[in-house]
Design a protein around this ligand. Sequence first.
Ligand code: BES
Ligand code: ZN
Ligand code: ZN
Length: 487
Amino acid sequence: MNFDLTINKIDTLEANLELIIVVDKNLDHRFVKDKDLLEKVGFKGEQDEVCLLIERDRLYVGIDSIGSVTTRTAIASAIRALKSTTYKSLKIASYMNHPKCTAVIRAMVEGFILGSYSFNKYKSNKTKPNIKDILISLEDYRDYELNIEACANALNRGQILAEATNFTRDIVNTTPDDCYPQIMANIAKKLAKENKLECKILKPKELKKEKMEAFLAVARASRHKPRVIHISYKPKNPIAVVSLIGKGLTYDSGGLSLKPADFMVTMKSDKSGGSAVLGIMKSVSEMNLPIEVHGFIGAVENMIGGDAYKPDDVLVAKNGKTIEIRNTDAEGRLVLADTLCYAQQEVKADYIFDFATLTGASVVGVGHYTSSIMGNSDEVKDRVIKGAKIAGEFATKLDFNRYLKKSLKSEIADICNISNTRYGGAITAGQFLEEFIEEENKDKWVHIDIAGPAFVEHSWGENPHGASGAGVRLMSRVLEGLIRATK
Ligand code: BES
Ligand code: ZN
Ligand code: ZN
């Protein structure tokens, strides 16, 4: 998709189709040219409601009020409504009477790119969006002292972020037979080459040397050998150093504590955390953010077999802590435990964020669309909540507490890999991870459980059926926020 900003009036622009946003059901605005017809077909202008007037080559979409979130989802709905049409170019006038007009332009671009995503890899008939050129008119800019350069920057960032999100979606949607640890490592290497990043891949021999025994135990029964990916973006004079750690379970069968059939389907999405980290690396490097960012991905497959790790095993993690295994399906925390230790050993970071489809309990607790945010520092957690809000992702805090922590006690090892209670599973998983965070890093670390939004089997807002790319937009916004805070 090509985007162009212009200060020329919308009616002077050449395009196959005009897209018109109706704000707060107001059909009397001068942008609305077909009031009678719209009333005739019963178009009310509700949020995300679309109406294509094919003979007029105009598409209308409603938003409740002018803002980033409303615009992003409305534009995504509009572009989806054009899926089977043959329009190649589109023009749209941006409302300028909003204090954060640049943010709205950015959301618009994100809506176009995110909404036109479809995963075609396994379809014989590949549908591609026909719309190639999008012209955005800022015709009212004179009335609002608008900085055109700021608008162009917003457009550019929206494009980078949405494309990075789609990149993550593609990885997550790819089947476990086509995307196993080695393939994830190859994707990282290719990204590193294209975006001039450093990339180091650890194979089993190196993992053994690093004493990542918990990680290796999870990997043992798979014919696909595991990898730890360390990919880094190092700009000159960074204002901060950030480490991102991602759970990259290319498949989670549950291991010997096998998942029931219905729960195993969609577990290709257990690599969403690692895939999000790759998407974030892509976006920060393309935005040239002045932050040093390190991505660490634990890529591994949790399978069954004669060589599988077992309930009753006791594993020794990289930091020397012993873990009693009572359920091999609680594998993500074992992979993250060692990957977190490795990340802390390799990089002294100012902030540490981990992304994981860690628990079904998070989905039960906060629903499909929301990520659970955990950690010790309210200041850092609030940064994540704020980043999510601006990005159009949902995130909410789940507080740790010392009573739940006791449920992880083991009689024979330092800690147990599952809690002894059915309740509070997202929090106890987070508190398990905390055991692998060094004392000096306790307040620098935030755990983001994306099990809810990472993969949803219906489309919602600007997200398609399947992978959403959760975490990519959220974290890119957190990083942008860090820069603003230090200015
Ligand atoms: N990958 C799953 C968590 C998950 C469930 C992600 C549903 C997305 C959707 C994780 O490895 C897992 O199986 N967790 C168990 C932990 C339990 C055994 C303590 C769970 O949540 O049931
Ligand atoms: Zn599992
Ligand atoms: Zn898992």
